[in-house]
Design a protein around this ligand. Structure first.
Ligand code: GDP
Ligand code: IMO
Ligand code: MG
Length: 428
């Protein structure tokens, strides 16, 4: 094909700064495409000092005249999507054209209720710490083949039929398993019909649109949500999300073949964060963790929850390089590490008296793994104004070179602040 596909994925547990990297590369992109997840995502973009947080919309929506698509692999909460569109419209920033795949599944009100009820049932110790956005239950319905798709919202008879079946099933779950009130058919049916009316203008065949864009030489950017270690197959199961954030998920979630992909850009935060439950070997619950959280503004863009923080985990990063076929690294938030005397990186784990050199998605093993750290000299200077690699203090350069050496992947973009221009570009 004449065009190019670049995939942007999160290399850790999400919130690596994918939205801002998408935005940084936006001027050379023609089509921005979300391929998985739903409104559990929170992608922050700061342009001219104004902050925008995207949950379902691709982060390219701020670029005038470009095309943004939501693929079949995404689970779409119409209420959230319409609210996001309206919010951008009210700010005069809905500058791109939007297409939503008719095959994308709809997050229904009962999915959100079941998500929260299941979490409450799991209780402390077993809960996942989900965002409560109905993501897991929506994907369950997709895979158990009873889900409602965007295109069903345009056909009253199909919608009625599917909703009747689903509500009978879900109301049994709500009342008998969780002691909750049943949901009224008429109200949900009317709401879904209204969504259909509002969304009809946006529906389209995303796979074909992308294929044709590539045939005509356009550049398409797949925007991953969540991160590799939250992947349903490759993450720290069961403390994961219910989709495939890894790069290969982009082809399935948009309807293109794997040979379409030219480049896989892994977004790597200069340290680690995680929000929700699950093992996190380098987590620091003390002073360092607090410092990273405050300086890095590490509070969830979707739920506002404080993010757990700790040092970079090279074992996890090498794994992310492997399972994504990563060809470039965009290293974000290097500025947050400024001012530390020393910086540590986890290079292996101690586990049951032995040494683990390779990452495992086995949550039980990871929960008992303690990090083996290698220490690096820190740097004092503020680096926010640096725009060239050579402007960085030598200890910061060493840190970047170390990451390149260990992963074998070039660091081609460095974030030194959250704004669009606060980057050092090295060939990306
Ligand atoms: P995403 O979900 O991967 O898009 O990341 P989030 O938007 O949830 O979280 C990343 C946060 O870090 C946002 O508040 C960004 O504005 C901010 N951010 C991204 N890159 C940088 C950077 O290089 N430096 C600093 N200081 N903040 C950054
Ligand atoms: P972005 O795209 C960080 C986490 C939740 C929870 C687990 C499952 O902004 O990086 P879910 O609601 O998906 O069923 O929750 O996944 N999680 C995220 N963590 N960033 C995200 O998205 C996340 N989306 C889900 O906290 O641990
Ligand atoms: Mg986020």
């Amino acid at each position: 094909m004449k065009g190019r596909v670049e995939v942007i994925i999160g290399a850790q547990w999400g919130d690596e700064g994918k939205g801002r990297v998408v935005d940084c590369l936006g001027s050379r992109v023609d089509v921005f495409a979300r391929y998985q997840g739903g409104s559990n995502a929170g992608h922050t973009v700061i342009v001219d000092g104004k902050k925008y947080v995207f949950h379902l919309l691709p982060s390219g929506m701020l670029y005038p005249g470009k095309l943004c698509v939501i693929g079949n692999g995404v689970v779409v909460d119409p209420e959230q999507l319409l609210a996001e569109i309206k919010d951008l419209q009210s700010k005069g920033m809905d500058r791109a054209r939007l297409i939503v795949s008719g095959s994308a599944h709809v997050v229904m009100p009962y999915h959100k209720i079941i998500d929260k009820a299941q979490e409450a049932f799991r209780g402390k110790g077993k809960k996942i710490g989900t965002t409560g956005r109905g993501i897991g239950p929506a994907y369950v319905d997709k895979f158990s083949r009873c889900g409602i798709r965007i295109e069903d919202l345009f056909h009253p008879d199909v919608l009625r039929d599917k909703l009747e079946f689903n509500l009978e099933d879900k109301n049994r779950i709500l009342t008998r398993l969780y002691n909750l009130e049943p949901l009224p058919f008429d109200e949900i049916h009317t709401q879904a019909m209204n969504w259909g009316k509002e969304l009809a203008a946006y529906a389209g065949d995303v796979s074909r649109i992308l294929y044709e864009a590539l045939e005509s030489g356009k550049t398409v950017l797949f925007e991953g949500a969540q991160g590799t270690l939250l992947d349903i197959d490759h993450g720290t199961y069961p403390y994961v999300t219910s989709s495939s954030p890894v790069a290969a998920g982009g082809c399935v979630g948009l309807g293109l073949g794997p040979n379409a992909v030219d480049r896989v850009i892994g977004v790597v935060k200069a340290y680690s964060t995680r929000v929700g439950e699950g093992p996190f070997p380098t987590e620091d619950s003390g002073e360092l963790g607090n410092r990273l959280r405050e300086k890095g503004g590490e509070y969830g863009a979707t739920t506002g929850r404080p993010r757990r923080c700790g040092w970079l985990d090279m074992v996890g990063l090498k794994y992310a390089v492997r399972v994504n076929g990563m060809t470039s690294i965009a290293l974000t938030k290097l500025d947050v590490l400024s001012g530390l005397d020393e910086i540590s990186v986890c290079v292996a784990y101690d586990f049951e008296g032995g040494r683990l050199d390779h990452f495992t998605g086995n949550a039980g093993v990871l929960a008992c793994a303690t990090p083996v750290f290698e220490r690096f000299e820190g740097w004092k200077d503020d680096i926010a104004a640096c725009r060239n690699f050579d402007d960085l203090p030598s200890a910061a350069k060493d840190y970047v070179r170390y990451i390149e050496k260990e992963t074998g992947v070039p660091v081609q973009l460095i974030g030194v602040g959250p704004g669009r221009d606060e980057t050092i570009v090295r060939g990306l």
